[in-house]
Ligand binder design. Sequence first.
Ligand code: TRP
Length: 365
Amino acid sequence: MRGLSSLLKSNNIYGKWNQLTTKASYCTKPETKQWPRKIVSGIQPTGILHIGNYFGAVQRWVKMQESGENVTFFIADLHSMTMPYEPAKLRENIYELIATLLACGIDSKKSPIFLQSTVPQHAELCWILSCLCTMPRLSQLPQFKEKSAQVRDVWAGLFMYPVLQAADVLIHKATHVPCGEDQLQQLQLASHLAKLFNNRFGETFPVIKPIIGQDASGRIRSLRDPTKKQSKSDPNDKSRITLRDSPDAIRKKIKRAITDFTSEVTYDPTKRPGVANLVGIHALVKNVSPQEICNEAKGLDTGKYKLVLADDLVNLLDPIRLKIEDYLKNRDYLEAVLKDGRDVASQTAETTLKEVKHRVGVNIL
Ligand code: TRP
């Protein structure tokens, strides 16, 4: 009887991969191949984005897109099933998120954008990677500890969350992943799995690099408690400004934002976190430094200053809000965008998965 490897060797379709596999089974050090720069990132459909998500993620994505980078974005719907959720709400959140991304300037002609669950190769690669990943490694990740503490039943999906995240980027052979600081450990796991895979099966994946940038989302605090991050999951809706807030709602939230008893406008995040948060938001809105904001606000007390900030926020956000509402009226269009994205993403994903299956020894047919 002929062995598997000689059978594969006789099969020319896999000639190229087979050569690499054979070499790899003896190699301990991966070859250091130069991979073409490719940016991939995802965002969960867990409710309308707030300005922290906008400045921290989406605006940065749009800038990368506009600078001519090779970018691919996706909506991480499978990740949103790892915590308790309502199916009808998830479906609605997906429409809302694609509408929001387009309204913020993601251009599906330049950046393919797709829904994770429509490219099943993500989940398949997740399984293969899970067979390279130990349970202690996953249980030590800070996001797992944090999230599992919030629920009574910890689903295996929550445990596997970071493996799926690794598959998300590796299946597209991403070299760079823009993300928030809170995602760092998860992306380290992705790099770790890429190295492990390359070592064991031959060089297949780039070892991805996170791009943290200035991480504005980490600096935008809750309007009700500036010691906390502005968060989608904060039960108090007045703690954050979302991309669907009306001008009236934005003005009210800014007016009621927690400050302190000093009337001057200064930027001191430690001693005056509430005022510094507003100045920090304003600096992002106007794309200038916090100091410039303080200089411009000279002579205003915090109450009057809030009115100026609210106006600038409304000017930035209202056109986005109106576009979101328009896109949401045209669901066929939103679905067409996601279908186009799926078609593009599936091709790359399928090519990688074929290669991976061959390398791990299961691609027989
Ligand atoms: N975990 C990310 C978040 O909550 C979303 C995400 C899923 C992601 N897969 C990804 C981000 C891959 C970057 C790359 O924000």
